[in-house]
Design a protein around this ligand. Structure first.
Ligand SMILES: *Cc1c(COP(=O)(O)O)cnc(C)c1O
Length: 227
C-alpha cells in the first residue's frame, strides 16, 4: 500500500508542476469505502492522512476501531438527514451538501456540539438524474443561504462528472466547477470561501489537477478494485 500511495503522490506532484501549481495545495483523500479497518490502518501506515468514506454505518465502526487522531475523515457519500448527527460528530469535512434542508440540519447538529462544521457544496454538472448534487444554476443561491448559518463553514465545491472511459472527456466538467467557484467567490458572501475544489478520482485526477482540484478522491488506485 505504501508503494501505491507514494506513486499517487508522485503523480499528483507531477500533474501540479506540469500546470504551474504548488503541489502542497493538493491533498489526497484516500477513499476507503468498503475496505476493512485493517486495510485502512495499512493505508495510514503507508502515508494516507485523509480518509474518505461514503456510508455512515460502516464508517462509524471503522473510525472507532481505528481511533487515530492523526488522520482526518471526510464524508463524500450521499447524506440523509437522519444520519447527520453522526456525520457531524465524526467527520472533518462533508463534501456532499446539496440542499438547504441538509445544510440546515448539519448546522443544527453542529451547534449542539459547539462545532463549526466544514462543508462543500456538491454540484451535479452533468445533470444526470442518477447523481446527487445541486444543479449548477442553484449553487450560488445555496451558497448564499448557507452563509447565514453560523455553525457551517463553506469552503468550496465538489463534483463527480458523468463516467467516461477517457479522462479528457471529464475536463470540461472540472473546468466548469472551477469557473462556478470563481463566480461564487465574486459574490463575496460573508463567512464563505471557495478555496477547495474536490474533483478527480482514480481515472481522471490528473485532468482535475490541471483544472484546479485541491482535493482528489482516490480509491481504486490505492486499495484495488472494490468487490
Ligand atoms: C468511490 C468514490 C471515489 C473513488 O473512486 P475511485 O475511482 O475508486 O478512485 C471518489 N469519489 C466518490 C464520491 C466516490 O464515491
Amino acid at each position: 500500500m505504501h508503494d501505491k500511495i507514494i506513486s499517487i503522490k508522485n503523480r499528483i506532484e507531477k500533474a501540479a508542476k506540469a500546470n504551474g501549481r504548488d503541489p502542497a495545495l493538493i491533498q489526497l483523500v484516500a477513499v476507503s469505502k468498503t475496505m476493512s479497518a485493517e486495510r485502512v490502518k495499512q493505508a495510514i501506515l503507508g502515508g494516507a492522512t485523509i480518509l474518505g468514506e461514503n456510508y455512515i454505518q460502516e464508517s462509524r465502526e471503522k473510525i472507532e476501531q481505528i481511533a487515530d487522531d492523526s488522520v482526518k475523515w471526510h464524508f463524500i457519500g450521499h447524506l440523509q438527514s437522519n444520519k447527520v448527527r453522526y456525520t457531524v460528530k465524526l467527520f472533518d469535512l462533508i463534501h456532499s451538501v446539496d440542499s438547504f434542508k441538509l445544510a440546515r440540519e448539519i448546522n443544527k447538529q453542529a451547534a449542539k456540539i459547539n462545532k463549526i462544521q466544514s462543508i462543500l457544496i456538491q454540484v451535479n454538472l452533468g445533470g444526470e438524474l442518477t447523481k446527487f448534487g445541486t444543479a449548477k444554476d442553484r449553487a450560488a443561491e445555496l451558497a448564499g443561504k448557507i452563509s447565514d448559518l453560523p455553525n457551517l463553514s463553506l469552503q468550496g465545491l465538489m463534483t463527480m462528472p458523468p463516467f467516461f472511459n477517457s479522462p479528457e472527456k471529464a475536463r470540461p466538467f472540472f473546468k466548469e466547477l472551477r469557473l462556478l467557484a470563481n463566480q461564487i467567490n465574486e459574490l463575496q458572501l460573508p463567512g464563505i470561501s471557495m478555496n477547495e475544489l474536490s474533483m478527480g478520482m482514480t481515472g481522471d485526477f490528473e485532468e482535475a489537477i490541471a483544472q484546479g482540484a485541491t482535493l482528489v478522491r482516490i480509491g481504486t488506485a490505492i486499495f484495488g478494485e472494490r468487490s
